[in-house]
Design a binder for this molecule. Structure first.
Ligand SMILES: *[C@@H]1O[C@H](CO)[C@@H](O)[C@H](O)[C@H]1NC(C)=O
Ligand SMILES: *[C@@H]1O[C@H](CO)[C@@H](O)[C@H](O)[C@H]1NC(C)=O
Ligand SMILES: *[C@@H]1O[C@H](CO)[C@@H](O)[C@H](O)[C@H]1NC(C)=O
Ligand SMILES: *[C@@H]1O[C@H](CO)[C@@H](O)[C@H](O)[C@H]1NC(C)=O
Ligand SMILES: *[C@@H]1O[C@H](CO)[C@@H](O)[C@H](O)[C@H]1NC(C)=O
Ligand SMILES: *[C@@H]1O[C@H](CO)[C@@H](O)[C@H](O)[C@H]1NC(C)=O
Ligand SMILES: *[C@@H]1O[C@H](CO)[C@@H](O)[C@H](O)[C@H]1NC(C)=O
Length: 650
């Protein structure tokens, strides 16, 4: 074949690029600077995003005294809040108790300030100022909220509207000698000395982070940064370790009436915690890499690479109303440049001839499913998906995820003559889960433990894309046929063809698979991670029942049947109902009814009609791993299941 016309290829890449969010521009900045009322300036000498913390005092501003309610404000699960403070999930925080709340701190493109974007749903009477000064305890200021939500009129907010509140935060530079920085709000009477004691640091480090000490009386921005010298929760600063309100140096902040306001806030806001350990790099887009790679080879000149990044990054509107604020960019220009070669090496660029040769010219014999073919190339087996350029989205998403429970992208190929694009994945030996469940012989070989592990694998994969990617990814098409099983029967999530980066987008183009579609998506087109949680609940029901998501005969969704026959009625009788409902192939085996019932309870919580009441995948993974550990004597004392009422009637 003649070499593809390079210009056309470049044009194609450029075209595609326009649909991609821009990476964070390289920030020029001075030393980590004191907060203004718009937050801490982005710093050029550190890497975003990073793990950060906020010091939050429980029980003020009408936020109920429970980890879940606090987590809701900061897009952390109650497990993560409790864990960060070395507290038991079942403990109730004391009023005024200082807590470290984990944040994912980023420096979104075009933002001069670092922040952790939190999605908050407006209640009656809320203004930017009121929410900032009460529930969020001055961890942000209304001026910053206005800047982050330029299209909203602060004096005219609708109830239910989603607003991004930028929680002030900062990432440490090497000079700070800190594992993470805590955003601390100065209280009346606080001095650097008292704060230094409370965090077991020297007062001088507060000066170098925040500038000279000012009185608290007329401080325009009371937020300061405090370094953590060691990893939490292995080590905790005294202010948290003592966990006793009477031992805090600061007097408690003025309390507003703890009215029983229901915090209907969306639990999963934006990426939280833990991401650092996983080495997630945000804002790295393969196509930009490629384009850059092309330019790079041509320009060679080292010093001009950064410019190439700047040129390549167009405006990256994602479309959705809330998406831009929610997705937040992240990543840093320097990172982009230094890792080009690594990213180019990561993917193999296949030739069209190789793929055609490997699949017998895309012969039906090689067809696995849909437009996915099995290919033998150089003695290796791959799965090749053929599509048009709208695959861009999938490529864009896959290149930034890397998790053993997600199908891995090995390479790709672009046929610039036809405009076809081929994604080349690892070949997953045992095919899709639905085929296993539908085939009665194979279903018998899937014992309960195997099914529980599949459920856990999926939960981990989803947790990863929901919590640890930046911006977060919503898969949008979780179903048993998109779950592949490897030779050890471990599950991998496939087919990111419909996946979206960004969160809380609203779409009018409803896609998905019947029987798995969450009601709020069907009704309002609201794209959140909770739609994946719903679909996951349906897959759990399939694992338990061995039945399809939609009945062949009646067309009735499985979740509706479960709602009718399983979820209603007394909790104590659940095991009996489960025994009658579950897959006969399971019933033949010795299969602990308690363990199955606990998975059904998780499914029930996932299928809650109100997306805000569904657990996050963090909670689900935690609960299921407990169910796996105890495997039978699972007590039901759980993160997510206990709090959820049944799913609403159809
Ligand atoms: C950033 O790092 C560079 C090189 O380490 C150093 O020269 C510069 O002073 C630093 N800037 C700030 C503001 O700390
Ligand atoms: C932070 O950035 C703003 C705008 O870029 C600048 O005016 C201000 O001086 C910076 N603050 C510090 C302390 O560097
Ligand atoms: C936040 O700041 C405002 C004004 O500076 C103050 O009135 C309010 O009490 C503060 N809130 C908290 C929780 O500290
Ligand atoms: C960094 O912090 C650790 C732990 O507090 C301390 O032992 C070490 O001396 C510090 N290093 C510097 C360069 O300040
Ligand atoms: C508070 O403001 C007054 C006047 O506005 C000023 O004289 C005083 O120095 C300020 N106090 C502090 C601690 O900055
Ligand atoms: C965490 O809690 C356990 C048990 O309550 C305790 O033994 C341990 O010392 C605590 N760790 C820290 C760092 O406070
Ligand atoms: C915790 O506070 C109570 C009273 O609020 C006090 O009696 C107790 O000694 C405190 N415990 C610690 C460890 O400081």
């Amino acid at each position: 074949m003649t070499p593809p016309p390079r210009l056309a290829l470049l044009a194609l890449l450029l075209w595609c690029l326009c649909a991609l969010p821009a990476p964070a521009r390289s920030q020029s900045g001075a030393t980590p600077s004191p907060a203004s009322n718009e937050g801490f300036n982005c710093s050029a000498n550190t890497t975003y995003p990073c793990q950060a913390y906020a010091l939050y005092r429980a029980g003020f501003g009408g936020v109920p005294l429970e980890y879940a309610a606090i987590g809701d404000l900061f897009a952390a699960s109650r497990f993560m809040v409790a864990h960060a403070n070395n507290l038991s999930i079942s403990a109730v925080p004391a009023a005024g108790q200082p807590l470290l709340v984990p944040l994912q701190c980023g420096c979104p493109s075009r933002s001069p300030n670092a922040y952790a974007p939190m999605q908050y749903q407006i209640n009656a009477g809320d203004t930017f100022w009121i929410v900032s000064t009460t529930k969020l305890q001055n961890l942000t200021q209304y001026q910053a909220v206005e800047r982050v939500n330029p299209t909203l009129v602060p004096t005219n907010l609708d109830i239910g509207q989603i607003v991004t509140f930028p929680i002030f935060c900062q990432c440490p530079t090497a000079a700070d000698n800190a594992t993470a920085l805590v955003t601390y709000v100065m209280q009346p009477g606080d001095t650097y000395a008292s704060i230094a004691t409370a965090f077991a640091v020297d007062a001088q480090s507060l000066v170098s982070l925040n500038g000279p000490e000012q009185g608290t009386r007329n401080l325009s921005s009371p937020e300061i940064l405090v370094p953590l010298r060691r990893q939490v929760p292995e080590w905790l600063p005294p202010i948290v370790r003592l966990n006793n309100v009477s031992t805090t140096p600061a007097s408690p902040p003025p309390s507003t009436t703890p009215a029983p306001t229901v915090v209907t806030n969306n639990r999963d806001g934006v990426v939280t915690g833990l991401a650092i350990g996983l080495g997630v790099v945000g804002g790295l887009w393969l196509l930009q890499m490629l384009l850059l790679g092309c330019l790079w080879r041509r320009l060679k000149a080292r010093g001009r690479r950064a410019e190439a990044v700047a040129v390549a990054s167009g405006d990256g509107g994602e479309g959705g109303r809330f998406t831009k604020a929610a997705s937040g960019g992240g990543g840093g220009g320097r990172f982009l440049v230094s890792d080009i070669s690594e990213w180019l090496d990561k993917y193999k660029v296949f030739k069209v001839e190789e793929l055609e040769g490997g699949t017998g010219g895309f012969d039906d014999e090689h067809l696995i499913q849909g437009s996915v073919y099995k290919a033998y190339i150089d003695g290796e087996v791959f799965a090749v998906k053929k599509m048009k350029w709208d695959a861009c989205e999938e490529l864009k998403i896959l290149q930034k995820v890397n998790h053993s429970n997600l199908v891995k992208l090995e390479g790709f190929c672009i046929n610039s003559d036809t405009g076809d694009c081929y994604l080349v994945y690892e070949y997953v030996e045992n095919g899709s889960l639905d085929l296993w469940l539908m085939d009665r012989d194979r279903a018998r070989r899937l014992d309960w433990r195997a099914r529980l592990h599949i459920a856990l694998d999926l939960a981990h994969g989803l947790q990863y894309i929901h919590e640890h990617t930046w911006p977060r990814v919503v898969h949008k098409d979780i179903k048993s046929s998109n779950v592949l099983l490897d030779d050890h029967m471990r599950a991998k999530i496939a087919n990111f063809g419909l996946a979206k980066t960004g969160h809380n987008a609203v779409t009018t183009h409803i896609v998905g698979t019947q029987g798995y579609i969450a009601p709020e998506y069907l009704a309002d087109g609201l794209v959140t991670t909770k739609m994946d949680v719903f679909a996951y609940g349906v897959v759990l029901l399939e694992l338990v029942s061995g039945r399809e998501a939609v009945s062949d005969d009646s067309g009735e969704p499985l979740w509706a049947d479960a709602d009718e026959r399983l979820f209603r009625g007394r909790e104590e009788r659940l095991e009996a109902r489960v025994a009658a409902w579950m897959d006969p192939a399971l019933a033949e085996q010795t299969c602990p009814p308690g363990s199955v019932a606990s998975v059904v309870s998780v499914a029930k919580a996932c299928l809650h009609r109100d997306p805000a009441k569904r657990p996050s995948m963090v909670d689900v993974a935690y609960t299921l791993s407990k169910a796996d550990e105890s495997f039978g004597d699972y007590s039901g004392e759980s993160v997510s299941v206990a709090s959820s009422g049944g799913i609403a009637a159809r």
